[in-house]
Design a protein around this ligand. Sequence first.
Ligand code: ATP
Ligand code: MG
Ligand code: MG
Ligand code: MG
Length: 562
Amino acid sequence: MRLSQFHLHTTKETPSDAELTSHRLMLRAGMIRKLASGLYTWSPLGLRVLRKVERIVREEMERAGAVEFQIPTIQPKELWEATGRWEKFGPQLLKIKDRKEQVFCYSPTAEEAAADFARQELSSYKQLPVNFFQIQTKFRDEIRPRFGVMRAREFLMKDAYSFHLHDECLVREYENMKSAYARIFTRLGLDFRMVQADSGAIGGDASQEFHVIAESGEDALVFSTGSDYAANMEAAIAAAPGERPAASEALRKVDTPTQKTCEAVAALLGLGLERTVKSIAIMSEGGFVLALVRGDHDVNEIKLGKVEGLQGYRMASEAEIATHLGSQPGFLGPLNPAQPIRIVADRDVAALADFVVGANEAGFHIAGVNWGRDLPEPEVADIRNAKAGDRAADGGELKIARGIEVGHVFQLGRQYAQALNATVLDENGKAAVLAMGCYGIGISRIVAAAIEQNHDDAGIIWPDAMAPWQVVVCMINPKQDETVSATAAELLAQLQAAGLDVALDDRGLRPGAMFADMELIGVPHRIVVSERGVAAGTFEYRARSAAEAEVLDKDALLAKLT
Ligand code: ATP
Ligand code: MG
Ligand code: MG
Ligand code: MG
């Protein structure tokens, strides 16, 4: 590839609205340009990187036995109503009307549509198991789109859906997908961890997330040094079904809504009474048990309330929660960071405690506290308290690291197939509801996450597997010396013949500007062809991550790169 025929557009200025390194560098390198909030155009340079990620994901999915299909991004309301997710998904679901007034949504994920395909395609257990995947645009109307493609509204996801007759088969495929994910992130050259997760709004039994480890990550991960226990913060605080959450126990001991109650709650939530947060909600699987945030004038109040009964709770809209708690719409608005928090227990806290314990004993998974994105994380000690004798029982220390969620796998069980009546005939000729698994990877987010993990002051340092080009051949003054361009062209052909993805920088820039561009866009290997080098039969080689360049003859150079 000759860069004179490509389109590169780098900038020196640091964009003022970009808070995160990856966002800044992607803009400066000219990989993405903003169209509107949470909507980005991928430039030719950015797209090269995105496609490399996509290719590796596709190869490993196919290697793992999954088969590619493609679902429309626009999906009918009726399908989403059948599973209850038209409401449950909340305001993230973008709703659309066509000219006939028929209502659709833009797919934020595609369990319903995949199950619909399965019910049309699968009729016998003999067709099972099968795992369908797609690499397709998704839209989520994120409340705070930010950090460029890291948390965009439109983004590219690999989503896969597997179908099974028996649970054991689902578990086997789940394990198979976990191994495939480990291969994908290893091949991409990323430092990653797999952690236990809550299944959240998607629901189901088991769930694990894959995180790229980075200081700037939005998620807190909890590790034990004594075992391979690793979980995201929600799962670490959460209690398993049947387990009494420590938080509920302590709440139950509090008799009346007094200052003591407030202090106890504050301590349990790891807040202290004078911490500043922007949002907090106490959640249960699939929905709010309580949602308790109010932005006030002098003070931020967190109100404790309770939901009546165990039956039928689900993800409520903000307006519903507001109505339920008797507050004004918009009460979930941001807290004032300059003001302290007051926790107000104006409802029956003992009943609340009973509710939490009761729900847990009834087999509901209490997902603990959903830490708002801007919430200070609870200290290790708080998690220990919440899990006294449990997680730390392995004798290890609990440590917290930060991560970027790049993948998520779920054992969904039969809820979607049941709701959509996706069945096959089993060995005895009887209709059996399909068991389902789903497996997501944030393709576009990976690009940003990789930059968070791999950069320096000069720019991006791509892992080889996702670099726009693995090697760039830079020519110094090619116009003054034709042997420079001839030597560079010959080298380019040799490197390409060896299977490398190579760019030739023939744009005629001064060396300083050319090198700065290549460092900014992160090409991992740079070769300089100069008049002096050609005369001596040598090339200057520098790995993007190395401090110094080295001078090599062609054999040594080819041996190094191929
Ligand atoms: P998050 O917790 O970051 O909001 P999620 O748990 O809502 O992500 P999933 O439903 O698990 O996301 O979707 C699968 C994958 O899609 C995620 O692991 C993530 O990598 C990616 N993803 C989700 N939301 C976005 C987004 N707004 N922008 C870019 N990628 C996203
Ligand atoms: Mg999300
Ligand atoms: Mg998540
Ligand atoms: Mg997730």
